[in-house]
Design a protein around this ligand. Structure first.
Ligand code: FBP
Length: 345
């Protein structure tokens, strides 16, 4: 461990650095407290009646599991003690307006990847912290680059909290005996190049031509223009995929596709793509839709979906190049070697 620095000590130091910092630090601290409770609940599983069973659908039509509902309640209880101007959750139809004098707004995905719960696989909590605008109706319509902080917690073999406060990315691991998070890795960096891609290939026939072209290049490996082999992973849990990229590089894609309801992909801009994009950029990686930088986008509505391509910057750039290719953009598949030189940059 990196000097055993505790998260609360890190937050204490940060809280003195800027006008919003005290409020941001308090929100992260509350999320960390909630995460310890959620981690316990997940670890106890069936024994605590937290089975991952489907209980219904949330306001946006997603299948909702008992743990989604419980995680949401725990986070709202912990955050509810703080002055927060507006709170948004994947599990709520509309944001909840709180203390109008407060300096920050918080958006959460209480339990991302919850279809994995009954498989005993990694799930997580994602959060985004924004400044409170004068008109709170616009709280979650701000561009991603307005975020003051962002992060996620993974509930896996270890419970880890990945955090950016706009000055790099740190990873804290839960010390279960002491009941606190301790610094495990600081100033995390994502390598520019990578040898691993992640995408749900079962949707291949529904993808746009540039996405298909990129994955064809990865699959061609050493025999194609990429000139090296790729490995593939698909966990079906955004937090676990992001953690992997922060650990050994890689590129993740959840693109738009032709299935009904997937015209903008699957992931949500405000509480999934924005925070992950801030983490990527703060760690030296990139995040785009394939056409635009994620942090330049602002949501028209709270639950808006967005295509997401993130990870090692050379691969994210390559996906963008393919989207700019006029033939591919028109849906014409070109042979691999016609698209780029054998020795890629
Ligand atoms: P939820 O927002 O419903 O939790 O879904 C998000 C997610 O589970 C991501 O974590 C993951 O990347 C993706 O959906 C998997 O989608 P698919 O099942 O279509 O491959």
């Amino acid at each position: 461990m990196t000097g055993q620095l505790r998260l609360d000590d890190r937050l204490q130091r940060y809280s003195e650095t800027a006008p919003h910092a005290l409020a941001v630090a308090a929100a992260v601290d509350a999320i960390a407290t909630a995460a310890i409770e959620i981690a316990d609940l997940i670890a106890t599983g069936d024994l605590a009646d937290a089975s991952g069973l489907t209980t219904g659908r949330n306001s946006d039509g997603d299948i909702q599991r008992d743990l989604d509902v419980q995680a949401d309640a725990i986070l709202r209880r912990c955050l509810g003690k703080l002055p927060i101007a507006a709170l948004a959750s994947e599990e709520m139809r509309e944001p909840q307006i709180g203390d109008r004098a407060a300096k920050i707004c918080v958006a959460i995905d209480p339990l991302d990847g919850s279809t994995n719960i009954d498989l005993n696989m990694t799930v997580g909590t994602i959060f985004s912290i924004l400044p409170a605008p004068d008109d709170l109706g616009l709280a979650f319509h701000q561009r991603g680059c307005a975020q003051l902080g962002a992060g996620f917690v993974t509930y896996g073999p270890q419970t880890s909290l990945v955090l950016t406060l706009g000055e790099g990315v740190d990873i804290f691991t839960l010390d279960r005996k002491a009941g606190c998070f301790r610094l495990a890795r600081s100033a995390v960096q994502i390598s520019e190049t990578c040898e691993e891609f992640a995408i749900n290939v079962s949707n291949r026939r529904h993808w746009e031509t540039p996405v298909r072209a990129f994955i064809d290049e990865c699959l061609a490996g050493v025999e194609g223009p990429a000139n090296h082999d790729f490995n593939m992973r698909w966990i079906g849990s955004l937090v676990a995929e992001t953690y992997r990229i922060l650990t050994r590089g890689g590129v993740f894609l959840y693109p738009s596709d032709a299935r009904p309801g997937y015209g903008d992909g699957r992931l949500r801009l405000v509480y999934e793509a924005h925070p992950m994009a801030m983490i990527m950029e703060q760690a030296g990686g990139s995040a785009s839709t394939g056409r635009e930088r994620i942090l330049d986008l602002s949501a028209q509505n709270l639950h808006q979906r967005v295509p997401l391509v993130m990870g090692s910057s050379n691969e994210v750039r390559r996906v963008a190049e393919l989207h700019c290719d006029p033939l591919l953009a028109a849906g014409v598949s070109a042979p691999l070697f016609a698209r780029r030189g054998f020795f890629r940059l």
